[in-house]
Design a protein around this ligand. Structure first.
Ligand code: CP
Ligand code: NVA
Length: 312
């Protein structure tokens, strides 16, 4: 079993994993030898703080070993991806990979003889969504019927929130005047919409901050993420597009004015681009659960690793 996308994880796969995330957080000492002697490879084409550290530190706290591979210092770039993954999977028990392209994580899943965890590609970010659901359950007590408003650019994080959410009855309203082209997944959106778990709001129908507030006010959680994925953020070839997006997206920035008087939890997967998708002041707002959410990446990564190793 892999975790490439949550689309093929069942409701019970997700719910049991969330329960285990909470147990691991509350009783870490019970899991000190849960992955004793097993090895996790981390293969990253992109930068990372949370996902890398959650995997690397998580496996060690479970009694296993971590082996971080920087893409540029391996021969992955020279050779056939499937060949290299096949070799790596003969050395380790599980791999956490962050690739630029979704197709490459799929190819790796086919070639690997051990479980592959998608540590974020251009279409999905499933480990983030497991940590997010854990955080929602921890702070709101349940998942079914909880209303989450994702506001920003519809991206990998938004897709995984929808994919996980629709299995457990979360209702995700999306206010996104832009969609990342690689994140388009009509099959996912249509299935989730039919279940009442994905509600896209046309931004043409929102003319003012008050109307935006009215939509957000109907939710228990408001969630945002970067308007530009990390690989493009400082790319000079993307500079013009970056400026265009910044201008267009600024009315959708989460800030104290937009959220004035609203009683909803504030989430962000981090890294935050303060002054863009979120005003810096909101990271320490009493409604924000952003740093708890980011701490939960460690506990939830451990639960994911144990599930895929068959050691839950
Ligand atoms: N949220 C998240 O995946 O962060 P990193 O990119 O730092 O891993
Ligand atoms: N959408 C962001 C997520 C970062 C965790 C990106 O892909 O850069």
């Amino acid at each position: 079993m892999h975790l490439i996308t949550l689309k093929n994880w069942s409701e019970s796969d997700i719910l049991e994993t969330i329960e285990n995330c909470l147990k691991i957080k509350n009783y870490p000492e019970k899991y000190r030898h849960a992955a004793g002697g097993l090895s996790l490879a981390l293969l990253f084409q992109k930068t990372s703080t949370r996902t890398r550290c959650a995997g690397e530190i998580g496996i060690v706290q479970l009694g296993g070993h971590a082996h971080y591979l920087d893409w540029r210092t391996t021969n992955f770039g020279l050779a056939d991806l499937g060949d290299e993954i096949r070799v790596l999977s003969a050395y380790v028990d599980i791999t956490l990979a962050r690739f630029l392209k979704h197709d490459d994580i799929c190819k790796s899943g086919t070639a690997s003889s051990v479980p592959i965890i998608n540590g974020c590609c251009d279409r999905y970010h499933p480990t983030q969504a497991i940590g997010d659901l854990m955080t929602i359950k921890e702070h709101l007590g349940e998942l079914e019927g909880i209303k989450v408003c994702f506001i920003g650019v519809h991206n990998n994080v938004c897709n995984s929130l929808i994919a996980a959410g629709m299995k457990v009855g979360l209702e995700v309203t999306v206010i996104a005047p832009e969609i990342n082209p690689a994140a388009v997944d009509k099959e996912l959106w249509s299935e989730a919409a039919q279940k009442g778990c994905y509600k896209p709001v046309s931004t043409d129908s929102i003319d003012s901050t008050i109307e935006l507030q009215e939509v957000i006010a109907q939710n228990d959680v408001v969630y945002t993420d970067t308007w530009i994925d990390m690989e493009f953020f400082t790319d000079p070839d993307f500079a013009e597009e970056r400026e265009r997006r910044m201008k267009k997206m600024m009315p959708y920035q989460l800030n104290r004015t937009l959220l004035k008087g609203l009683d909803c939890k504030i989430m962000h997967c981090l890294p935050a681009h303060r002054g863009y998708e979120i005003a810096g002041e909101l990271l320490d707002d009493p409604r924000a659960i952003i740093f708890e959410q980011s701490e939960n990446r460690l506990h939830s990564m451990k639960a994911i690793i144990l599930k895929l190793l068959g050691r839950s």
